[in-house]
Design a protein around this ligand. Structure first.
Ligand code: VG1
Ligand code: CO
Length: 562
């Protein structure tokens, strides 16, 4: 086969966001749009690409197949020697990270828009992961973006037959420009399931789920939300751990449009699961995952909700019950800046290093590679450890079940015990999705000016009888302790004297308009059993007042509250 050069011209909107390039499917369908971005990734990799192996796969959403075929052809012409691809394109984000590390390959291309809806009218996405298995850091995504602005040529092999290639397991070899090019189609669950078996005690987890002579079965309900985790859930929970395919798992067949739902595990978009747990009090535990399998939501009996910030803190406090940490030790902890500081209290008590990084998993990678970080999380339903370099929804559920097994306690009791020891960081996030970009930008600019004004620090705000005084305000920036790279403009923070916080950010994962996120947190030492929305109401009012959000966006209510 002979490669050819196709002339092209740049698109000006291919800047990767918090987690890759995400756009409507129809944007990716434009002539050369996907081709340009793939070629730009390869251009940014430069000489490293020659003779390299890459992993390709994703959540199987609509447009994955044509995108994979495009990647195969362009990779073959760009002197990549081998692609490892999940059958039917199926590869959860954590499983991609795991196999990049296990096979020690150059990197991977993950085809997903994560928790964004899929299908022809919705979103597609492309993300590059580096050799440590993690999302490309800013210096690489910036390089890719530079390439997208300059690109003039695409190298491809149009005669390479890709039809049905990803439907069948096995290896195909091609000769392109006199070089051998290999495409290996694998079952992407195998390596991942083996990794989980090394990390957790499957015998104990099986006993928990199936019950023993002196303990009834612990009744779980896992919701894959028609996303990619379905195949992994069936494999791990049904086949390995003996869960019932009828009663313990749901929506486990990956669909390319996620059955028209929003595959985002939170109280709004996974309401179906919440309702199931409320209706049926024989369920002890519920969990949901997002489209690409890196997010998780944890629920207890009667849908008792565990905030991701609390989930992180509880796991941090109990890691020693998991064989992986018994063997490797527990180094430091980390959270993204908007994540509530519950885990900080655990770190302080256990004498572990604690890091606060910008939003996005890519900021955890260096710390993990340096051996200073074992467990981290984000308020956006992301939890994970240094077993890979992505957040990992299934790992989080297995970790929770390990803690439940070891403590022989239910979810709610574990949380209450935790709050009694550490106090409670109440947290909520208000999302205003698809606002007009101009209004959202103006709101952020005005906030930036406001917090810079001389009298802002020391100012008091009162709502519903509660008063908060500003101790510090800034636009968060972060210096990576390992490579000293700097990330600026990561969100406006208003920090109050009692430790309460208001944070404002614009999302970097949306595909149209602007999404404003407002993060609201307060800490209570004694009063730990109040409803979070009730507890945080005064701060929410102050947050809306300070930002004049309603005026700038015209929105009375948030789209989603988590
Ligand atoms: C959101 C979350 C962030 C997460 C990112 C990717 O980003 O806030 O915490 O890392 O999504 O998650 P943003 O910029 O929209 O706030 V996923 O599951 O898309 O890989
Ligand atoms: Co995701």
């Amino acid at each position: 086969l002979q490669s050819v050069i196709v002339e092209t011209s740049p698109f000006d909107d291919q800047k990767p966001g918090t987690s890759g390039l995400r756009k409507k499917v129809k944007v990716f369908m434009q002539k050369n749009y996907t081709e340009n971005f793939i070629q730009s990734i390869f251009n940014a990799l430069g000489d490293k690409l020659k003779g390299a192996t890459l992993v390709v796969g994703g959540d199987g959403r609509y447009f994955s197949k044509p995108a994979i075929n495009t990647i195969i052809r362009i990779a073959s012409a760009n002197e990549v020697s081998k692609l490892i691809i999940g059958k039917l394109g199926i590869f959860s984000t954590p499983a991609v990270s795991a196999i990049i590390r296990e096979q020690q390959v150059l990197g991977g291309i993950v085809l997903t828009a994560s928790h964004n809806p899929g299908g022809i009218r919705n979103d597609f996405g492309i993300k590059y992961n580096i050799e440590n298995g993690g999302p490309a850091p800013d210096n690489i995504t910036n390089k890719i973006f530079e390439q997208t602005k300059q690109i003039t040529q695409i190298k491809t092999t149009p005669t390479l037959e890709t039809d049905r290639i990803i439907d069948i397991l096995g290896t195909s070899k091609f000769n392109v420009d006199g070089r051998e090019f290999t495409v290996e189609i694998i079952d992407s669950t195998i390596n991942y399931v083996n990794l989980m078996k090394q990390i957790f005690d499957f015998n104990k987890l099986r006993a928990l789920i199936r019950g023993t002579e002196d303990r009834p079965p612990f009744n779980i309900l896992l919701d894959s939300m028609n996303g990619v985790t379905g195949v992994y859930v069936r494999n791990i929970f049904v086949e390995e751990l003996g869960a019932s395919p009828d009663n313990n798992v749901r929506r486990v067949v990956p669909l390319d449009n996620f059955g028209e739902i929003h595959p985002d595990p939170n109280l709004t978009y996974a309401k179906d699961l919440v309702d199931k747990l409320k209706e049926n009090s024989t369920y002890d535990f519920g969990a949901a995952f997002d489209g690409d399998g890196d997010r998780n939501m944890i629920l207890g009996k009667n849908a008792f909700f565990v905030t991701p910030s609390d989930s992180l803190a509880v796991l941090a406090n109990n890691l020693e019950c998991i064989p992986y940490f018994q063997k490797n030790g527990v180094h430091g902890f980390a959270r993204s800046m908007p994540t509530a500081a519950a885990v900080d209290r655990v770190a302080a008590k256990l004498g572990k290093e604690m890091f606060e990084v910008p939003t996005g998993w890519k900021y955890f990678g260096n710390l993990m590679d340096a051996g200073r970080l074992s467990l981290c999380g984000e308020e956006s339903f992301g939890t994970g450890s240094d077993h890979i370099r992505e957040k990992d929804g299934l790992w989080a559920v297995l970790a929770w079940l390990s803690v439940i097994e070891a403590k022989n306690m239910g979810v709610e009791d574990i949380l209450k015990e935790h709050w009694t020891i550490y106090g409670r960081n109440y947290f909520t996030r208000y999302d205003y999705e698809e606002c007009e970009t101009e209004g959202a930008n103006q709101m952020m600019q005005r906030l930036e000016q406001l917090i810079a004004s001389a009298d802002f620090v020391g100012k008091s705000f009162t709502a519903s009888g509660k008063t908060y005084t500003v101790a510090k305000a800034d636009n968060f920036s972060y210096v990576d302790p390992i490579d000293n790279s700097v990330a600026k403009n990561q969100g406006i923070r208003v920090l109050f004297e009692d430790g309460s916080r208001l944070i404002y950010r614009l999302s970097g994962t949306g595909s149209s308009g602007a999404t404003i996120r407002v993060y609201i947190e307060c800490y209570e030492k004694e009063n730990v059993l109040t409803d979070a929305q009730v507890m945080l109401k005064p701060l929410v009012e102050i947050g809306l007042d300070i930002s004049q959000l309603k005026k700038f966006t015209g929105r009375e209510e948030p789209t989603v509250i988590t």
